[in-house]
Ligand binder design. Structure first.
Ligand SMILES: C[S@@+](CC[C@H](N)C(=O)[O-])C[C@H]1O[C@@H](n2cnc3c(N)ncnc32)[C@H](O)[C@@H]1O
Length: 295
């Protein structure tokens, strides 16, 4: 393969991804060349004349071909940022999404309010708190909370043993493996003392919506992480019943919602078990998080 410079490689890669109707094709081209060269963006634009080695050129265009065929960029680079932290991703886990950061925000806000109400300092390290993340996937929620609340003990469950392997590697990468217990379990089918906070971003896509998903998602992300049932919201009923049984009085439940889950999920929290139910929209204005307190 003949040698080309960075600028030409970018131009050709970008043209191929645009031709293949890849969304965010400029960003994807940049991320792939940065991955191949092991450089950052500042270097990239400061060195447009730098020659790529034949091996790097071959690797780059092989990745461009795989991206054009529908593989997600994150599967090609093996990583995704979430809450400012870098997470390993593989085809065994859902790629962490930016909207899931709202789950973390809501949980930290509600915990701070609870501390204020109890007359304690709102800035605390979560000392003594017991937290469960159900369906941990890459571990992004559990690990972010372990970083934010270093005094907490966290349980992270998943029905997928392959996902738990990736989550454990991510916990080690972020030096929080000692604060998180990873458990293979169907939802919260575990025997532990009661929790102060339960969070989950459950599978919530409806199987009947499968054809509307982007091919990157439908053909490459794990089905067990995507589909919550025929409609999508089926898993919430068990999740909420089990959470009610596993939360201390005054404990918090924070759940991510699918784009159409709210009408099915909100009534499940209108029961004598729950109070202070609140809904938070994402940046697109879609109800994305529902939170409630156990009475
Ligand atoms: C939408 S993904 C969320 C992953 C990660 N928490 C995140 O926010 O990126 C849902 C996760 O729940 C897991 N899962 C699906 N059904 C489950 C069940 N019945 N019990 C426990 N985990 C389940 C899947 O394996 C997947 O990792």
């Amino acid at each position: 393969m003949s040698q080309i410079d960075v600028r030409t490689a970018l131009k050709q890669g970008l043209a191929q991804l645009r031709e293949a109707h890849v969304s965010s094709f400029t960003l994807a081209t940049e991320l792939l060349i940065l991955h191949v060269l092991g450089r950052d963006r500042t270097w990239l634009y400061a060195h447009p004349e730098e020659q790529l080695s034949p091996a790097d050129t071959e690797r780059f265009f092989a990745l461009i071909a795989r991206r054009s065929a529908g593989e997600p960029t994150q599967h090609l680079t093996g990583k995704q940022e979430f809450w400012g932290l870098e997470f390993e991703v593989t085809p065994d886990v859902l790629i962490p999404r930016p909207e899931t950061e709202h789950v973390i925000e809501v949980a930290l806000d509600r915990l701070a309010v609870r501390e204020l109400r109890a007359g304690r300092k709102p800035t605390f390290g979560g000392d003594g708190l017991r937290i469960a993340d159900i369906g941990t996937g890459s571990g992004c929620i559990a690990i972010t909370l372990a970083k934010e609340l270093p005094g907490a003990t966290i349980y992270a469950t998943d029905i997928s043993s392959a996902a738990l392997v990736v989550a454990k590697r991510n916990a080690t990468r972020h030096s929080v493996a000692d604060c998180i217990h990873f458990l293979e379990s169907n939802l919260l089918d575990i025997t532990t003392p009661q929790f102060d906070l339960i969070l989950s971003n459950p599978p919530y896509v409806g199987r009947r919506e499968a054809e509307t998903l982007a091919r990157e998602v439908r053909d490459h992300e794990p089905e067990i992480a995507l589909y919550g049932g025929e409609e999508g919201y089926e898993i919430y009923a068990d999740l909420i019943t089990q959470s009610a049984a596993h939360l201390k009085p005054g404990g918090l439940l924070v759940l991510e919602l699918g784009h159409n889950s709210l009408p099915a999920v909100q009534p499940l929290l209108e029961s004598p078990d729950w109070t202070n139910v609140a809904i938070t929209n994402d940046l697109a204005g879609i109800p994305r998080v529902i939170a409630a307190e156990r009475l």
